[in-house]
Design a protein around this ligand. Structure first.
Ligand code: F58
Length: 812
């Protein structure tokens, strides 16, 4: 408990506190040179771009640390209810540009550097991406953490500091190859190692005996600055280190070398991010990672709570825990274990607390993604947790019987333990435990429906959002300046609803001219990148049509490629005179396939095979180009999105939980060609369906389409393009056979039935593009209508409706 004396001391410290570091260009310059000389250990008279980047980053980091300390002290003094965001994945991308934008020192840094003979943009490019996540869920965590800081919430993010982030994608002969992303090779100025913040993590605990085998979690803190506020919050990532007590036996028996080697093994727990974002393999290392993360985070949270409170009954007034999907689910059993075993709480009292502090977000509607832990594995690695889960399930099923009677089908559907007692269903575990369950879309998958019927009050719906700081201010500075000019304020960067103010200017020819100019410059930047990456020269007059996201069958990159083949086929078969009427296209795809996902890898190869044919065809010339951008990541997205005219979000209706890429494109004034699935439904409500190109079956039509015989669904144009692939028109006939078989024999993702309307939507996009005035107006209206899709709004809803927390703004 904090004493009065301690409080008074903190009070005095706050009074003494000043902003130590100045932000004018001269002060920044001095700091940069100091860091070059003393931190980087290069001569201040002789250093290159990378060393300048390091000097600048350390100078920015110093400023972050000041604010971060102030914020943490202020939170401690105020002791508000805190939100702890638990996620095994974060796709943070680069930090430099984002930090200086949020600190409000971009111009000062640029000036400081230019006097030293460096260009800010060039230095920013030196930074590698922090890619500690797979896809949508992970990038959403990064956006939300930015909003939590900006909106002054007393928040902590927790995650894992993988040594190897998401693999690097290298394309050789059109095939994806995976290479390790050892992202820490050149150091990471954005983290602070906390050698004293360590916790033991115990595995294989016998239920009653003290027989543990341990590793230690060490904290690495990443300060996350808010925009337009001094608040700077913590993203704490854990790394595994061998525990000091580890394997003393081996030392005693004299096998020193083996003992050291065994110690090293502890580090493997946090060494690599699992690169498959859907299928759960039931691997021991993965379960170890999950528990390692949960154990360290919960110990840290409880330690902080105990610093100022001695009564656990107030825990729900002071702590809210958000589980980012099922990866951190073991946190629930872990808190039960601590309360019951360590704090001697009676089961029901502990249970009551647990139910009040947790909430959980589900990010998927595809049920094969459900995590199921084999009971044997859980029982051997974490026997006590398995016991706890059995007891939770027993109580739950008893309660359920009172509600629904002996409906065994339903009881077994809803049980946390799968029939035959082989697997623990983490999602059910969360559904049972969480005070509030937050879902991303209006439709639930089968599992959740049973729960929803009984406890509708536990469910909340929230529209996802992305941060406009990263996705406009950092990645599209010229659009940012243009928006601020026409709105007469920069306030939209914190209050994105103000973007609606652009609507009244959408038809203004001056704005339209300037808007077009900004877009053209972004297209030039993208065209240069494409040429550097693939050697393909593209025309700026062409429509840049982009689909970038993880490669998944349900996201239907194959539909896009088959559409491109159709376009190519049409051009080839056209009379010379008709070709003049064709709207030129540059089709851009990018995305990674999970290493073991054969179909996704074939789609990448098909894209390359088709590109090779098209791009070399002189009949086609600039009318059609196809490029695959390798190694898609956050930084690539920052470059590609501002340069896109059209973007595709074409998942089979009902399969994309939300989709956040669409929101980034929308903010940047890119028009969307989309199915009515997840977020695109809400986007069309916001900007009007007439400002998008919507197509395809609706969610309610899908079941009937699945019933139809494959032949009855297929349209003729579709049959023709599939035949071209099947017949080896693009080579690799055998390799592509399974792709063709799938869409013709089964077509679970309904490519055949949506193909006709897909082509119509594409034709409508062509038509609109010819009328540049109309296109530009639609583009302005897209940005103007994107306010609802800011993560600031989502986080405000979470704070208010789910976590019950208030902003706590550091006043200094
Ligand atoms: C994505 N999910 C959704 N991983 O696919 C996307 O629609 C949504 O916009 C985004 O989350 C943010 O909400 C995702 O990246 C998963 O859903 C995992 C699937 C396997 C189980 C654990 C979650």
């Amino acid at each position: 408990m904090e004493s009065a004396e301690r409080r008074a001391k903190v009070e005095r410290m706050f009074e003494m506190m000043d902003r130590f570091l100045k932000n004018d260009p001269i002060s920044l310059q001095k700091d940069i040179l100091n860091h070059v000389e003393y931190t980087v250990a290069r001569s201040r008279f002789n250093f290159d771009d990378f060393e300048a980047y390091q000097g600048l980053s350390h100078s920015v980091r110093d400023r972050l640390i000041e604010r971060w300390h102030d914020t943490q002290l202020y939170f401690k003094r105020k002791d508000p209810k805190r939100i702890y965001f638990l996620s095994l994945e974060y796709l943070m991308g680069r930090s430099l540009s984002n930090s200086i934008i949020n600190l409000g020192i971009r111009d000062e840094c640029a000036e400081a550097l230019s006097q030293l003979g460096f260009e800010f943009e060039v230095l920013a490019e030196q930074e590698g991406d922090a890619a500690l996540g797979n896809g949508g869920l992970a990038r959403l965590s990064a956006c939300q953490i930015d909003s939590l800081a900006t909106m002054d919430y007393p928040a902590w993010g927790y995650g894992l500091r993988y040594q190897y982030g998401l693999f690097r994608q290298v394309i050789l002969d059109g095939y994806q190859h995976e290479q390790p992303d050892y992202w820490l090779n050149f150091g990471n100025p954005w983290e602070i190692e906390r050698v004293h913040v360590t916790y033991p993590v115990k595995f294989y605990g016998a239920v009653e005996e003290e027989d543990f085998n341990g590793v230690e979690a060490v904290a690495y803190d990443n300060p996350i600055p808010g925009y337009g506020t001094r608040n700077t919050i913590t993203l704490r990532l854990w790394a595994a280190k061998p525990s000091d007590l580890h394997d003393m036996e081996s030392y005693n028996t004299g096998d020193y070398i083996n003992a050291v080697v065994n110690r090293q093994k502890a580090e493997t727990i946090s060494s690599v991010l699992y690169p498959d974002d859907r299928s759960y393999q039931g691997k021991e290392l993965r379960l170890k990672q999950q528990y390692f993360f949960v154990s360290a985070s919960i110990q840290d949270i409880i330690r902080r709570f105990k610093d100022s409170h001695d009564n656990f009954d107030v825990l729900p007034e002071k702590v809210a825990l958000q589980l980012n999907d099922t990866h951190p689910s073991l946190a629930i059993a872990e808190v039960m274990r601590i309360l019951v075993d360590e704090e001697n709480f009676e089961w029901n009292r502990a249970w009551d607390i647990v139910c009040k502090i947790f909430s959980f977000t589900t990010h998927t509607v595809v049920s094969e993604g459900l995590e199921k832990i084999p009971i044997d594995l859980l029982g051997s690695l974490l026997p006590r947790h398995l016991e706890i889960i059995y007891e939770i399930n027993f109580n739950f099923v008893e309660e359920l019987k009172k509600r629904i009677g002996l409906d065994y089908d339903r009881l077994s559907r809803m049980s946390i333990i799968e029939e035959g007692a082989v697997k623990v269903l983490l999602k059910h575990h969360d559904l049972v435990n969480c005070y509030l369950l937050v879902v991303m879309v209006g439709t639930f998958d089968g599992d959740a429906v049973d729960f929803y019927e009984l406890w509708p009050q536990k469910f909340q719906y929230k529209t996802n959002g992305v941060t406009q700081r990263r996705w406009i201010v950092v990645s599209n500075p010229s659009l940012c300046a243009l928006i601020s000019k026409w709105l007469g304020t920069e306030a939209w960067i914190r209050n994105v609803d103000l973007l609606t103010g652009l609507r009244e200017h959408a038809a203004d020819t001056n704005l339209q001219q300037e808007w077009k100019m900004v877009r053209k410059v972004n297209k030039m930047r993208l065209a240069e990148y494409i040429e550097a990456m693939s050697g393909v020269k593209v025309s700026l007059d062409a429509m840049f049509d982009v689909q970038i996201k993880r490669i998944h069958e349900y996201k239907r990159q194959l539909l896009n490629i088959l559409g491109i083949i159709h376009r190519y086929d049409c051009i080839k078969n056209m009379k010379e005179s008709d070709r003049r009427k064709v709207v030129p296209r540059v089709c851009i795809l990018g995305g990674k396939a999970a290493p073991g996902y054969e179909a996704a890898k074939k789609i990448i190869k098909l894209c390359h095979a088709v590109a090779e044919k098209i791009n070399d065809d002189s009949d086609v010339g600039d009318l059609l180009k196809l490029v695959f951008i390798p190694d898609y990541n956050v930084s690539v997205a920052e470059l590609v999105i501002p340069g896109a005219d059209l973007s595709q979000h074409v998942s089979t209706a009902g399969l994309e939980a939300s989709g956040t890429g669409s929101m980034k494109f929308l903010m940047n004034g890119c028009l969307l060609l989309a199915t009515a699935d997840g977020s695109t439904v809400e986007i069309s409500e916001e900007i009007g369906a007439e400002n998008m190109f919507l197509f395809g079956a609706k969610v309610h039509e899908v079941p009937a389409l699945h019933e139809k015989e494959p032949d009855a669904k297929v349209n003729l144009q579709f049959a023709r393009v599939v035949r071209m692939v099947r017949d080896g028109y693009f080579g690799f006939q055998d390799y592509f056979k399974s792709l063709c078989d799938e869409v013709e024999d089964n077509d679970f993702y309904l490519l055949g039935s949506d193909f006709g309307s897909y082509l119509e939507a594409q034709a409508a996009a062509d038509k609109a593009f010819v009328d540049q005035e109309k296109w530009t107006r639609m583009s302005i209206l897209s940005t103007a209508g994107s306010g609802r899709f800011s993560s600031d709004r989502t986080i405000e809803e979470y704070a208010d409706k789910t976590w019950g927390i208030e902003p706590c703004r550091c006043p200094f």
